[in-house]
Ligand binder design. Structure first.
Ligand code: SIN
Ligand code: FE
Length: 293
């Protein structure tokens, strides 16, 4: 896994968009030493003053673009927070579309992460300082890919990440021995049951096989001490006001330190990928099939 620096004049190189997409699909990080987005000084001051006191169990403040609504905010300037996050989200969306023009992108949530990562106390599966690949517990992606764009808004401190091998290597090493395939299969009965409820009109979500596998694998990686302690993992610093993009369903990652990050998530449709053979959904489907033969 590599961190690839995007040149400042990337807009002049539309022809390089395919290369950027391919690098992301492989699990590399696209790194912008100076964020391409503009933040007003007023907005920065407002964001850096957020403490989220008494709500440290909230991982972050989420912004839902489709409804122009925020959740998880514990302060008393909701309107302002919504406006700032809305501006960021719209700018990040157009940046991602421009920078990665071959991808068909569907807008997901944005978030602001005002807490110091070093001081957070969370349950194992919610801890972001343990290496993992992303999957949404409540919103299955159906094999579409999770692409994230980050900005470090801290005035002086870097955001510190650790990264491990990309998903293809993780599946090769752990896919069969983790017991996650068996767990995924065992969950199939429950899904049938849920679909029955759906037919009766109840608003329950069943999870496709791919998402069941990825969520179990996410948990398994976080619980696996030997994997977490592997000294071969890389460490990255993202300085103040830098940005980066990454497929967090492929690049195993953990955040070790930092505060005040802003993030926009997009789903990349499976059909628009340039390297569908290494897409997580393809790999997981192949793995499950090969084990049932
Ligand atoms: C994560 O997606 O695991 C956290 C990344 C971050 O907040 O820097
Ligand atoms: Fe993550």
């Amino acid at each position: 896994m590599a961190r690839i620096t995007v040149p400042e004049n990337w807009r002049l190189h539309a022809d390089a968009a395919r290369e950027r997409c391919r690098a992301l699909e492989r699990g590399d990080i696209l790194y912008f030493p100076h964020t391409p987005l503009h933040f007003g000084e007023d907005d920065l001051q407002f964001l850096r003053a957020q403490k989220q006191s008494g709500a440290s169990y909230h991982k972050n403040i989420a912004y839902r673009p489709a409804q122009d609504r925020i959740t998880g905010y514990a302060g008393d300037q909701e309107e302002r927070m919504r406006a700032v996050l809305g501006r960021f989200s719209r700018a990040a969306q157009s940046l991602m579309r421009e920078c990665l023009s071959p991808f068909a992108l569907e807008v997901e949530y944005a978030s602001f992460r005002p807490l110091a990562e070093e001081t957070r106390q969370l349950k194992t599966h919610a801890r972001n300082d343990l290496l993992h690949v992303d999957n949404f517990p409540t919103r299955p992606t159906h094999g579409n890919r999770i692409l994230r764009f980050f900005v470090n808004l801290h005035p002086t401190l870097p955001r510190i990440w650790r990264t491990g091998p990309p998903l293809p290597e993780l599946l090769e090493r752990f896919g069969a021995i983790s017991g996650v395939i068996e767990k995924t299969r065992a969950g199939a009965g429950k899904q049938k049951w849920l679909r029955g409820f759906q037919r009766l009109g109840f608003p329950v979500q069943s999870r496709p096989e791919y998402d069941r596998f990825m969520l179990s694998f996410h948990h398994w990686l976080k619980e696996n001490q030997a994997f977490q302690n592997d000294p071969g993992h890389a460490r990255w610093e993202f300085p103040p006001m830098s940005s980066w993009m990454v497929f967090t369903d492929t690049a195993s990652h953990a955040v070790l330190g930092g505060q005040f990050a802003m993030e926009q998530t997009m789903l990349v449709s499976r059909g628009s990928l340039l390297e569908p053979k290494i897409a997580p959904s393809t790999l997981v489907e192949n793995l499950i099939q090969s084990r049932s033969a």
